[in-house]
Ligand binder design. Sequence first.
Ligand SMILES: [Zn+2]
Length: 459
Amino acid sequence: MADFRRPHESVDYRRLTGRLPPPPEYLHTAYLADPETIAATQLERVRGRAHAAFEVPFFRRRWEAAGFHPRELGSLDDLAAVPTYTVDDIRASIDAHPPYGDYQGVSVEQARDQPMRIYMSGGTTGRSRPTLYTAWDREAGAILTARALYMQGIRPGDVVLNAWAYSTHNGAHAMDEALYRWLNCVVISTGTGNVTPTRKQVELAVEYGASAILTTGDYLLHLADTAVEMGLDPRTDLRLTALPNIGDKERLHAVFGAPVYDSYGFHEVQWVAIECPAGDGLHIFEDAFIVEVLDVETGQPLPDGQQGTVCVTEIYKTGSPQFRYNIMDLSSRYPPGQCACGSWLRKMAPFAGRGDNMVKLRGVNIWPEALGEVVTELDGVTDDYFVVASRDGHRDEMTISVVSDRPPDQFDDLAATVEARLHQATGVRIGVEVVGPGRLDHLTGFGTAAKLIRFRDDR
Ligand SMILES: [Zn+2]
């Protein structure tokens, strides 16, 4: 007998699928659980995770300083007493304890008995932020991803192109594991356009009859444009039946004809919520997460319906915990109630921008994404934009660059129109620059970044 446990020996699959049913079973089990069952499951799991997190120096230090002990977690309302943290606290932990920080629940020394992987976020500026995933955490994350992909239309046996970057990030790998291990899909791992040229991606999708291409919505629309250049019809030649692509829902639907559902997730915890066919809000996977929404400035929990920053507690892992992690993504929670689809799972609104991107411009709180929403609805402006905050003396300024496919001699008039519309919407003056197609790609990371970058703070 080997003196180490292999991944398939370290995971009790019966227990795993009992706790987190994979699709399609999920849709007639946990998805339809009644509110009492959901709350009881959450309380039992979050208490277990609190005791595990208390053994991790990062959490114990913060909790003891706040006078909190896991045994005080008698109800879900008691969560409000647990200190939250942000990515800045993670960065400080890594700086003090490189390279892993002191927030991991496992260490690589345990890998012989507890197989694990490291995925990283950040890294373009400053240190990468690693998360250690046990074999259980990988499989659990893959089940959550498989649920989302299934609800977005992917079916067992489908051929799927995975055009995400297979890199140090979790994204492409989590998708790959979900497709292969939990949906029996046949994966063609093309990677991004840098790895497999765009024309080749189109050819592969057509030749192998791919039913989905996993990538950003923007890159998928770029693939459609390329297909047209190649003399193909994006609808009849590509025949995509699922669009699990984050981006312009209306345009994606118009180009490919399949339904588009919003989703929400981030790499440390993987997929959190997915829109249902009722088309109003994203159901949270409440057997795996507790999602709260906090006031941007005070950090206190907000009532349902009010927009603030998303604070996530995972209740499914065995390795590195995320316990009241304030992600600083903006959203709101729907009031409790049964959805038209039959589910009682709590809903949240789609991602509405970054809470830490807020700029106070002459007393007005402004989010770059909100400006983007206003300008991209105007005639002559495409969906692409980029916002820069700068300081002129003691005065903060904001400039938005928008893309137009009109002739350049119309750019000045268009800039004046955009500026007037922004002034009307915000009450303050915002600089506008109009540029031609492709001119912002080096700033937004188009074609290479998982989530497009829309803002830079030069102050
Ligand atoms: Zn629903």
